[in-house]
Write a protein that binds this ligand. Structure first.
Ligand SMILES: Cc1ncc(COP(=O)(O)O)c(C=O)c1O
Length: 414
């Protein structure tokens, strides 16, 4: 059954926004953050109007309601990802989730000479935190390269290193290329051949995968998975680190303070168990509630259909704009697993100039290095323009974008 786009679009008030240019918004920056349906906005407003209180502390009515709603958010997220609620640690997003792994697991387990293997396709969030701990601990970071023609990871390099590796970090789906990596194979190989006790531990960055794949994280079997709520219709400021239960025992507290303790003495403290051990201070209560509602919103759709819709718009756009003189598209959009991002660059028009002209036409696209400078260097460029589609985007919007881009390029290169 095809997605009912008029009905879906009516759920997202911002999509009817008229911009200062007088143009109606065509929002094509979904890989950066998706728009929010009314249900999410209303749930958060409702929480602030009726239940706002701190959680896990007081016994008054509002405290109980806020705690129940916050913990329901955790349960909704656990159900969506096919894990137990104790496996969901709330963070501010993927970035904080990866930093939590580096500091809570990495500091407790990695020692001088250990090897962490990541890829050239990583977002900075899965490179820079490792660089910080590597310098401090004498850890070696190795990179699996990306083929600049096929836009895929060099799996021979992965295999050549894996026997010496204690930890693998890999992006599930690239925010620049749309490439879906063979994460199942990577996890299996890391566990069976890696060099940390019974195998290397694996972190998968699912920031771009979770918006259009119904990930079964129990089946996926990664030790750590990082996700962002705001890229899947949820509010900003919330995401999660989803861990295998046994990983909780391998992690030491990182952020310390209220809520994560059991008892505090002047000379030592004892800590809560489960995810609470890693959630110090007042948590993101309205945001957790909003993310749960976003996930319930998405659960009305068949995510295979959602992916197909997004992929088809991206593949169509990539095909058409690659024929505009001077435009190069990065990524293999003929691959049916490729996501909804289309990165492109004109050979003479600066990406930022192009983005301004697109904005004047109402088209919101991303410009820059997309927090992936090592990948940009591999591609021999410093920036791209990037359109990225989501479930509410239409064929008409994609076609209007293609026509406008053709017109702008024609005018600027006359
Ligand atoms: C692949 C990938 N990893 C990590 C991040 C960081 O996510 P956040 O900014 O929500 O922490 C992003 C955001 O664009 C991303 O696309």
């Amino acid at each position: 059954m095809a997605l009912n786009l008029p009905s879906i679009r009516a759920d997202f008030p911002i999509l009817s926004r008229i911009l200062p240019s007088g143009r109606q918004l065509v929002y094509l920056d979904n890989a950066a953050t998706t728009q929010k349906p009314k249900a999410v906005i209303q749930a958060m407003t409702d929480y602030y109007e009726n239940n706002n209180s701190n959680v896990h502390r007081a016994v008054h009515t509002l405290a109980g309601e806020a705690t129940d709603a916050y913990e329901k958010g955790r349960q909704d997220i656990a159900d969506w990802f096919f894990v137990d609620r104790e496996q969901v640690i709330f963070t501010s997003g993927t970035t904080e989730a990866i930093n939590l792994v580096v500091h809570a697991w990495g500091r407790a387990n990695l020692k001088k000479g250990d090897v962490v293997l990541v890829t050239e396709m990583e977002h900075h969030a899965d490179i820079v935190p490792w660089q910080l701990i590597a310098k401090e601990r004498g850890i070696e970071i190795r990179f699996v390269s990306v083929d600049p023609v096929t836009y895929r990871l060099n799996m021979d390099e992965f295999e050549a290193s894996i026997d010496e590796v204690s930890f693998v970090g890999c992006v599930h789906t690239s925010n620049v290329l749309g490439t879906r990596n063979p994460v199942e194979e990577i996890i299996e190989m890391a566990h069976s051949r890696g060099n940390h006790g019974k195998g290397a531990r694996v972190l998968i960055d699912c920031a771009q995968a979770s918006p259009h794949e119904r990930l079964n994280l129990t089946e996926l079997n990664a030790d750590f998975v990082a996700v962002s709520g705001h890229k899947m219709c949820g509010p900003t400021g919330i995401g999660g680190l989803i861990v295998k239960p046994e990983m909780l025992d391998e992690m030491q507290p990182f952020m310390a303070g209220g809520d994560m303790i059991e008892e505090v003495f002047l000379d030592h403290s004892t800590f809560q168990t489960g995810p609470y051990r890693f959630e110090a201070g007042t948590p993101k209560i309205a945001e957790a509630i909003g993310w749960g509602v976003a996930i319930n919103y998405l659960s009305q759709f068949d995510m295979h259909e959602v992916h197909q819709h997004i992929h088809d718009l991206a593949a169509h756009t990539a095909d058409k704009i690659s024929k505009i003189p001077g435009i190069k598209v990065y990524g293999d959009h003929s691959d049916p697993t490729c996501s909804g991002v289309v990165s492109f660059l004109h050979e003479t028009i600066h990406a930022e100039d192009l983005a301004h002209f697109l904005d004047l036409g109402g088209f919101a696209v991303r410009t820059g290095h997309h927090c992936a400078q090592p990948l940009m260097r591999k591609l021999g460029i410093t920036a791209t323009n990037r359109t990225s589609f989501y479930l509410y985007n239409t064929q008409e919007e994609a076609d209007a974008f293609i026509t406008h881009l053709e017109r702008v390029v024609g005018r600027l290169t006359r």
